[in-house]
Design a protein around this ligand. Sequence first.
Ligand SMILES: N[C@@H](CCC(=O)N[C@@H](CS)C(=O)NCC(=O)O)C(=O)O
Length: 233
Amino acid sequence: MTFRLYYWPTIPGRGEFVRLALEAAGADYVDVGRTQGASAVAEMINRGMHFAPPILENDYESVSHVAHILAWLSYPLDLAPPNERDFRRMEQLQLTVTDFVAEIHDVHHPLGPTVYYEDIVDVAQSGARAFLHDRLPAFLAYFERTLQENPYGSDWLVGDGCTTLDLSLFQVMRGLRYAFPNAMRLMTTPWLNELALRVAQRRRIRSYLDSDRRIAFNNDGIFRHYPELDEQV
Ligand SMILES: N[C@@H](CCC(=O)N[C@@H](CS)C(=O)NCC(=O)O)C(=O)O
């Protein structure tokens, strides 16, 4: 069955977490924003069922919110842990990724998405200082510990195989290294680095990353590189 992904065509953004799962599984999908333009995404939102993209649809239903979409996809795409308890653990960790991503976004938009970064650089700089000093190390340490303490071994975050959660952490690590290269050099994340490598080396992910379907990070997305924020560490 073909999935249809609705997401803004020019940024990796939150759509990338969904794209990575579809790509890792070799799923059949149409990237509606990239094939039909942003207006097709706006039309989907204007229909009123979902507040914001990403939205994933098949012939029977449409679902929004990254964590919810990934929970939906993980079993059919064979990217879920084998039992219910570990599935709940995966969901819980994915919701922590949701919180982490929101905080990363808020570094450049501390007063919400409608106030331009250029108008509040000084506010953003003090927010960046707090984020880089406290929140970034706290989130990273949490995921490092999760990997280290996985009872099935430290290759993956939950269970003994790659899940949608591992793909998301790969994207977060890549995004953080793009946005905060200076700050990230000061973070010690050996387990997450290994995880990101392991994900990048998967056959389908490798060919996806080399393809033009993969959108490069840029300063319109969630992970933005502003040197004046990165140097607040
Ligand atoms: N909680 C949602 C957040 C969705 C979201 O904020 N989407 C952004 C793009 S990454 C958007 O276009 N938001 C429009 C809006 O909030 O009005 C998720 O995890 O998917």
